[in-house]
Design a protein around this ligand. Structure first.
Ligand code: TA6
Length: 284
C-alpha cells in the first residue's frame, strides 16, 4: 500500500511490522513517522549521521511502544498501577489530519489522537533543515483537566563517554536512580552510569556536544517547564528486551515536557501548546 501525500515529498507506506508510516524527503533531510503513536522514528540530514536513535530490537506492534525516536508521553509520565507506563498516546494509532508543503520546501504533517477523553491532543511535525514538533492539548470538556506530557526524544550519539550536556546548571531535579531532589551543580552534565533525572522549572535550550561525531545538537523548546535526561547504562539495558545490551553507548534521551510539579491543568476551553525544535551544527 503506497499513498502519495505530497508528490515528491511525502508518501504513506507499510513500515516495520506492517504498521503504516509516513516517509518524508525534503531538500535537506529525510524523516519517518509511524501513525502508531504519531511516532517520529527517523530524522537525518543529508550526508550526516541520523539525529535520532532507533533500537535495533524495537518492537513494531500495536500493543507495544516503539523503542527510540520520539515517543509521545501523554497523559501521564512514568508508571501507573493497572495502566500502561507513560500513558496511552504512544501505543494508540493516531489519525493523519493534514499534510502540506510550505513555500520554502518544509513538510508539515498534522496528527490527531483519537480519544473519548475531554482532552483533544494533536501533533504537528515540521521537517526541513531542522525537525520541529508541536504538541497541542485542548480541553473540550466542561471541567478542568490535568495531565503530564513529554516528547521523550532518543538522540543518536557517537559514544556515551564523549558527550556533554549544557543548559541545566542550577536547575533542581528529581533523581530516579538515587531518589531525592538535587540541584545541578555541574557546568555540563556527563554520563558515566545510569542517569534518570527530571529537571523541573527549566525552559532552557539544551545543547548536546558530541565530540566523536563532531556536532552539537540543540534542543530548543517552548511551553515546556521540565527536561528529562536518561541513559539506562548497563544493567537496565540488559533488562529491556527491546533494547540492545550495548545500545546505551550510542544513545541519550533529552526529553522536553511538563511533569510532576510542572504538570498542566487546563480550564474548560483552554489549550496548551508545547514545541520542540531539534537542530545541529558543528561544535562551536
Ligand atoms: O524518561 C526516562 C524514563 O522514565 C526511564 O525511567 C525509563 O523507564 C524510560 O523512561 C523508558 O520508559 P519505557 O516505558 O519506554 O521503557
Amino acid at each position: 500500500m503506497i499513498q502519495e501525500l505530497i508528490p515528491h515529498y511525502a508518501v504513506m507506506l507499510e513500515g516495520q511490522g506492517g504498521l503504516p508510516k509516513v516517509v518524508i524527503k525534503t531538500e535537506w533531510s529525510d524523516a519517518e513517522i509511524y501513525l502508531h503513536g504519531a511516532h517520529v522514528t527517523h530524522f537525518q540530514k543529508k550526508g550526516e549521521t541520523p539525529l535520532l536513535f532507533l533500537s535495533e530490537l524495537s518492537e513494531f506492534e500495536s500493543s507495544k511502544p516503539i523503542r527510540g525516536g520520539i515517543p509521545i508521553i501523554f497523559p501521564w509520565f512514568g508508571p501507573r498501577e493497572g495502566f500502561p507506563a507513560h500513558g496511552y498516546a504512544r501505543t494508540t494509532d493516531w489519525k493523519l489530519k493534514q499534510s502540506a508543503l510550505s513555500s520554502t520546501g518544509e513538510v508539515m504533517i498534522h496528527f490527531l489522537l483519537p480519544s473519548e477523553e475531554s482532552l483533544e491532543t494533536e501533533l504537528i511535525v515540521r521537517v526541513a533543515q531542522q525537525l520541529s514538533l508541536e504538541m497541542i492539548v485542548t480541553n473540550r470538556g466542561e471541567n478542568e483537566a490535568t495531565f503530564e506530557n513529554c516528547l521523550h526524544t532518543y538522540f543518536q550519539i557517537g559514544a556515551i563517554d564523549s558527550i556533554s550536556i549544557e543548559g541545566l546548571t542550577g536547575s533542581s531535579y528529581l533523581d530516579k536512580v538515587t531518589p531525592g531532589t538535587f540541584t545541578e551543580a555541574a557546568g555540563s552534565v556527563t554520563i558515566a552510569s545510569e542517569v534518570d533525572r527530571v529537571y523541573l522549572d527549566t525552559t532552557a535550550t539544551i545543547e548536546i556536544t558530541d565530540r566523536k561525531l563532531g556536532r552539537t545538537i540543540r534542543v530548543a523548546k517552548s511551553g515546556s517547564n521540565s527536561t528529562v535526561v536518561w541513559n539506562p547504562w548497563i544493567a537496565k539495558s540488559q533488562r529491556m528486551p527491546d533494547f540492545g545490551d550495548a545500545e546505551y553507548l550510542q544513545m541519550l534521551c533529552v526529553e522536553s515536557g511538563n511533569l510532576a510539579s510542572n504538570k498542566i491543568t487546563l480550564a474548560p476551553g483552554a489549550k496548551s501548546v508545547m514545541t520542540v525544535e531539534i537542530s545541529n551544527a558543528p561544535p562551536a
